[in-house]
Design a protein around this ligand. Structure first.
Ligand code: FES
Ligand SMILES: [Fe+2]
Length: 329
């Protein structure tokens, strides 16, 4: 069983903006306590791989993209998009170059995601309404919070915090659904007499009730799906652990895309322009409270929902990348 402070559970994590890598580009960076290389092959596909070359360990970020393979800068061994060495010259000496580790990866919402594990156990969440064919996505500013990502995501399951910080009243008891070993969601029907700026705005335009579904997928990914009148807002949070028990929080704000020039312009852009600062303000307020939090599991009976979230967290699979070094210094 994991402890709350286990840093690196399996999940999808945002690693880079898609537009940072053009065909043939390669770069390396620190990720999840080790180093990875990201490159875009000439077929347009991104590959996320272990940075240390399986031969003698050179950083493949100094390498060159050849076709859809990466060529190490040190002895020019090439690794194809399956991780196999394709030009090993020394077959006769019977030492076979180990396979390069490739992380599952995908491009979605304008960023590159990598799955920390050898095989993705679940997909990156989509916009919840399957009927919605096109969505308008805006990546909000990333934020560093001095607190573990699992604790950051727990915020959405903390009913006491909704009552005390956001001053909300519930029309009926919130409903918690544990959907599988990775996913749970909390559905809340909120009456809008709250003090929060966002709720005040909704009241101002005549909306009295709001339905919010807060979900998590493996702790590090969380989302809130809000339906208020005919407005639908989906916020996806990608929380990445960084060393020292910190979080890099990347929110994506999404609304269904409206067709038509005038209507589309108003809904797609004005909504975003208006919603973005309000949502950023709410997130900023929450981040302030989470900053420097040293989490303790001293749950009271009123903390039942948040305690269920931590039950899920403690059973999440972790991952450790195999090390290809053949000797230890
Ligand atoms: S270290 Fe990469 S080819 Fe030798
Ligand atoms: Fe909050």
């Amino acid at each position: 069983m994991n402890t709350i402070n286990t840093l690196f559970t399996q999940n999808w994590y945002v690693i880079e903006n898609s537009n940072k890598l053009k065909k043939g580009d390669v770069l390396s960076k620190q990720w999840m306590g080790s180093r990875i290389t990201i490159y875009r092959g000439y077929d347009g596909r991104v590959q996320v791989i272990q940075a240390s070359c399986p031969h003698l360990g050179a950083d493949l970020g100094h390498g060159k993209v050849i076709g859809n393979s990466i060529q190490c800068g040190f002895h020019h061994l090439c690794f194809d998009n399956k991780g196999e060495c394709s030009n090993q010259k020394s077959k006769a000496d019977s030492f076979e170059i180990p396979k390069l580790f490739i992380f599952p990866s995908e491009e979605k919402f304008g960023v590159i995601w990598a799955y920390y594990g050898s095989e993705a156990l679940f997909p990156i969440p989509d916009f919840p309404d399957k009927e919605t064919k096109k969505i308008h996505v805006k990546a909000l500013k990333t934020k560093k919070i001095n607190c573990h990502p699992h604790v950051v995501s727990s915020n959405g399951f903390d009913i006491q915090h909704f009552k005390s910080v956001h001053k909300v009243n519930f029309e009926k008891e919130p409903v918690l659904s544990i959907l599988d070993q990775y996913k749970m969601e909390l559905t809340m029907h909120i009456i809008i007499p709250g003090e929060d700026i966002f709720l005040r705005f909704l009241r101002l335009i005549g909306l009295k009730k709001i339905k919010v579904t807060f979900s998590t997928l493996g702790g590090n990914i969380a989302s809130s799906h809000t339906k208020v009148g005919n407005i639908e807002i989906f916020i996806l949070f990608a929380n990445r652990p960084i060393m020292g028990d910190q979080t890099e929080n990347q929110p994506f704000l999404m609304i269904p895309k409206t067709k038509g020039f005038i209507k589309g312009l108003i809904k797609n852009h004005l909504y975003m322009i208006f919603l973005k600062p309000i949502i950023e303000k709410i997130l900023r307020d929450d981040a302030l409270i989470l900053e420097n939090m040293k989490f303790r599991e001293n749950f009271t009976p009123a903390d039942l929902v948040i305690s269920k979230y931590f039950d899920l967290i403690k059973k999440l699979p972790t991952f450790e990348m195999a090390d290809h070094r053949t000797f230890t210094l």
